[in-house]
Structures are given as C-alpha cells and as structure tokens.
Write a protein that binds this ligand. Structure first.
Ligand SMILES: [Zn+2]
Length: 322
C-alpha cells in the first residue's frame, strides 16, 4: 500500500484496525498456560535525591518458552537457568513496566505500555496511574526508548486520540528515521511489516508541536539525559534522571527478562534486531551500573522493576528494591 493511501485509510477508519494487527503474538498470553498474576497495587515509588520514581506496571504477558526465544543457547540450558531461580520452565512471563519520573517540577512518563492494543492482562497503565494519584493530563513529557509496540502503543487509544494529550512526545531521532523510512519498510520481511505499520499508525499524524525528535546522547529535559544504546533496535535509547551516574537510569529493553539476559548478557533474545551490538552495550552499561551502584529500572524487569545490579558469574543479577 502506498503511504498516502495508508494515511487516508487510517484517518477514515481508525476503528477498523484490529488490535491483533499491531500487537505481536508474543504480547498475547499463551493458551493453556494459566494467567499471570499482576502485582497489587500496580505501582511502586522510590526516591533518589530530588527525583521521585514511580514504576507503573502495564501488564504481564505469558509466552510459551520455545527454542526461538533465546537465539544462541540450547533450550535445556535456558530452562535450567530458570529452574535454578525457582521460575517456571514451560513459559516466560514478560512484564511491561513504564515509569513516571517527577523531577524539576515535571512529570515525565518513560514508555507507555500496550494501551488498548494488547491482551487482557495488559493495558493497565492508566488504572495504576490513577491509583498512584496521576491523571494522563498530568504528564507533560513522554520519553520513548524505542518503537516496539509494547513501548509506544499506549500513546493513542483505539479511537486514535492521544492519551497523554498535554504531553510532548520525545523520541530518538535515529529510531524515528528507521521506522518511518518507506524504503526500509518495503524491503522488510513480511513478518516485520506490522511493526512498521504500527509505528505509522502511532506517529504519522502526530502534530508537529507534539512530536520532538532528539539526538541520543543529549540532555532531553533539564536534569534528564539520553544515552544511546543501539542494538535492540537501531535507535534504542536509555534515560538518566538526576546526577550523572548517581541518579535513576531507565534501561528500557537493554535486556529482556533479567533472569535470563542479565545473568547471561551474551544471550540474544529473539527481539534484539542487532544481537551483537545489543550484547556489547548491555555488558558495558551493566558494568557501569554495578560500579556506580546506580538505581536502575527496566521495562521487562520483575516488579517493582527498579533496584540495583550485582556482578554474578559471567553476568549480572538484578536485585529488586525491597
Ligand atoms: Zn519491549
């Protein structure tokens, strides 16, 4: 479909898009494996210096564990590592946890969860924000780490409205350039076209005064810096609030579930687009986090999804904050 036609169709009939068209199968619960239990309450707060950090779980998806999940390790080894941590070996529970950071009088949302575009155990961000005393209109900035659906779909509801209507949406320029490139979309394998379309649905008609593209490595807001961590996607970016190396570091998808990919940073989750670049930056950032004893949050980390990282064996162990 030509881009012009797509835009026309999207404008005319946003409701015609089925949720499944934009949500990869892995974001849906697997049948017959039970239902993941969401933590209650669905938020947790902490402070680092003057920065307030609120983890808000959007949901959890239960995915059957097959050979494909870790691209470069035998399934038996993956299962053994899960079992050694008391975790199920037939499936993986993948949590989705956006954060709100309150710093310098601003309320900043980092990633958005699946919104109205995921399965029944996702899309709880707004409910958990309300429980924490936050309304969508309180958010003045949304920072996006990368353009996978679980990180951006909460920006717009099924009616096409912008959920955080007063917020600027700040995105890494190289990430935006990659996914909005029509030639790349045309050349992409069929299985990836949904992800390109999803980005277009979310961003193509975003008002120019709402969308801000920034260069990773720059300060995006007073006291909040962006850090390039390309690999998981071409423009994947981290955010650090507060003092450098001693604030709160949101690592997005630097790893998928840490029980596997922090413990074995060289393992590649099926979603890493450039596994070698992702592996290198994962090790480098975690080494720094351990050395600095930084408070860190991860989008796919177990609740409360913030804590510290410790060196362990050939990798790292996530220590959730009590
Ligand atoms: Zn993700």
């Amino acid at each position: 479909m030509l881009r012009r036609d797509f835009l026309t169709a999207a404008a005319a009939a946003p409701l015609a898009y089925a949720a499944g068209a934009f949500v990869p199968a892995w974001a849906q619960n697997a049948p017959n494996l039970g239902t993941p239990t969401l933590p209650k309450p669905g938020f947790a707060r902490t402070k680092v210096g003057d920065v307030e950090v609120i983890a808000l779980i959007d949901g959890i998806a239960r995915r059957p564990l097959g050979e494909e999940f870790v691209k470069n390790a035998p399934l038996a080894e993956v299962r053994a590592l899960l079992a050694s941590q008391g975790l199920a070996t037939e499936y993986i529970d993948i949590p989705f946890t956006p954060f709100v950071v309150i710093a310098g009088g601003r309320k900043v949302l980092m990633d958005t969860g699946l919104g109205e575009w995921g399965g029944p155990t996702t899309g709880k961000l707004l409910e958990h924000m309300a429980a924490a005393g936050l309304q969508p209109t309180d958010i003045d900035t949304v920072l996006i780490t990368h353009f996978h659906g679980d990180h951006i779909n909460g920006l717009r509801n099924r009616a096409g409205q912008f959920v955080f209507s007063k917020a600027k949406v700040m995105v890494p320029a190289p990430e935006h350039a990659f996914w909005m490139d029509d030639a790349r979309m045309a050349a992409a394998p069929e299985g990836m076209k949904g992800a390109f379309n999803n980005v277009r649905r979310t961003f193509a008609q975003m008002p120019a005064d709402m969308l801000v593209r920034f260069e990773p490595g720059t300060e995006v807001l007073p006291g909040i810096r962006s850090i390039a961590a390309f690999g998981h996607t071409p423009g994947h970016t981290l955010f650090e609030a507060g003092p450098a190396n001693n604030g709160f570091l949101f690592v997005g998808d630097l790893t998928n579930v840490p029980a596997l990919f922090a413990r074995n940073p060289d393992w590649a989750v099926t979603f890493d687009m450039d596994a070698e670049a992702a592996r290198k930056v994962r090790r480098a950032v975690f080494e720094r986090v351990v050395a600095n004893k930084s408070l860190m949050g991860g989008f796919h980390f177990p609740f409360p999804a913030f804590g510290r990282m410790a060196a362990q064996g050939n990798g790292f162990a996530f220590q959730p904050a009590a």
